[in-house]
Ligand binder design. Sequence first.
Ligand SMILES: Nc1ncnc2c1ncn2[C@@H]1O[C@H](COP(=O)(O)OP(=O)(O)OP(=O)(O)O)[C@@H](O)[C@H]1O
Ligand SMILES: [Mg+2]
Length: 279
Amino acid sequence: MEKIKDALEKAKSRAEQKPVHTATLAPAAGPTQENIQELANETNLNAINYTNTKTVELSAQHLEKNRIVAYNKSESATWIFDKLRTQVLQKMQENNWNTIAVLSPTPASGKSFVAINLAISIANQPQKTAMLVDFDLRKPRVAKYLGLECEKSLNDYLDGRAVLQETLVNPGLPHLVVLPTMRPVSHPAEVLSSARVNALMQEISSRYESRIIIYDLPPILNADDALIMLKKVDCALLVVGNGMVKETEIEEAMHHIPKDKLLGVVLNKAEVSAEDYYY
Ligand SMILES: Nc1ncnc2c1ncn2[C@@H]1O[C@H](COP(=O)(O)OP(=O)(O)OP(=O)(O)O)[C@@H](O)[C@H]1O
Ligand SMILES: [Mg+2]
């Protein structure tokens, strides 16, 4: 853990003008819900219309099994994501950012876990709305972790068999929309660079202007997908799996993220203590 902290410290000093926010996540245990000062925001929620969006009720048991803790407000670990949400929203608001890529240096750091819980936590806030897009076209996991079975998904949109509206799902939370990917996509880097994906991102952003859009992606060091997407999003949240990544891999990943787009770093799978929470 010390080595990871050192690497993150180095990264923090590299980002001199825009300090990196770091947070530690350990959803397995944590103090009970604490009061978080929420951001006042003037988002116009009346603009949201779910008439044409499918609503799917999620299974609490399935979510718990997949560590989607933010869904259940009585779950003690939700405070961690609420705190992360507050930090993320503050910085996004300061910079007028709406789109965020969730990245990691290497696989299995917990990107999908963080992306889903963060999206739910944002959607739980009355003045905010969130959209979660599964752009990990190599190993899509959002639908699986949420327990969504969808007839139409991003796969159908990309193949020209569905329009965007048919692929969107509202998972029973008023302010959350998910764009799931049900199957891996061939040539993902090319697809993410394509005019079709550009059009999709444009449509999402223009249709849901006031919404926070979270893109779940593959790891930075294993493919160019994340690098392609970094050019198209406002900012990036780097998830580092505690004990799962070398210091050099963190540094290399940081090197790929433009300084002015690094929203922060989440140290995942770590024990939470008051001393560790900020550093
Ligand atoms: N803080 C945590 N505590 C315990 N288990 C965790 C934690 N975060 C994630 N996991 C588990 O680790 C596994 C990998 O998580 P996840 O799929 O979110 O990683 P990922 O970075 O998206 O992986 P990939 O690189 O394959 O996309 C999952 O089984 C998830 O439930
Ligand atoms: Mg993932």
